[in-house]
Write a protein that binds this ligand. Structure first.
Ligand SMILES: Nc1ncnc2c1ncn2[C@@H]1O[C@H](COP(=O)(O)OP(=O)(O)O)[C@@H](O)[C@H]1O
Ligand SMILES: [Mg+2]
Length: 171
């Protein structure tokens, strides 16, 4: 079967923190519509790899290309816009803002793009039923059990319909 078009490609990625080499020449290729799980022991560089692939961290060596465009050749501003339009992050510990309601948290990534608050909340709210969160829109994160808070974080990662949603889940 033909492979779908390549979406994201990391080549020979190297990243060190002081004397710790978190990535030592890693290459990865993800096609449109493909789901990839990176399952490795704790401390082996999974989060570092995801952050490098999404342009949050700059690799010491190697490069990342999104639909063939090199991230290294983009300006900081272009990479920031790319993160907003292309990647959706559901962090391992949710990282929801405690003072906002669940649906306001999920709507947040739409706000910098200029979507009106009411429209953003409506779009985020539409994800609640499919994620099993019906009726929980107005709860604060502190009033949700961990699994439901994680799903609110997933709603926030999906609300912009990004081509590259990324979920960092504990094993
Ligand atoms: N910001 C950082 N500063 C120093 N060391 C780091 C930093 N981020 C990650 N590391 C180190 O890099 C290695 C890989 O970490 P990480 O990518 O978080 O692994 P994983 O997500 O697989 O648990 C670990 O040894 C970790 O301690
Ligand atoms: Mg990690």
């Amino acid at each position: 079967m033909d492979r779908l078009p390549e979406l994201l490609c990391g080549s020979d990625l190297v990243k060190s923190f002081g004397t710790t080499r978190a990535l030592d020449g890693v290459s990865v290729s993800v096609c449109d519509g493909e789901s990839v799980a990176i399952v490795r022991p704790s401390g082996s560089g999974k989060s570092t790899l995801l952050h490098v692939l999404a342009g949050v961290l700059t690799p010491d060596d190697g490069d990342v290309a999104l639909r063939g465009d090199s991230l290294a050749r983009m300006s900081d501003r272009q990479r920031t816009l790319l993160r907003r339009s292309t990647f959706g992050f559901a962090f391992q510990f949710g990282q929801l803002l405690p003072e906002l309601t669940a649906v306001e948290n999920a709507a947040l990534p739409l706000m910098p793009g200029g979507v009106r608050r009411r429209d953003a909340v409506a779009r985020a709210g539409a994800l609640f039923a499919p994620l099993g969160l019906d009726g929980l829109q107005d709860r604060r994160p502190g009033e949700l059990p961990g699994g439901q808070a994680q799903r609110v974080a997933v709603a926030r990662a999906l609300v912009t319909a990004p081509p590259c949603p990324i979920r960092c889940a504990p094993r």
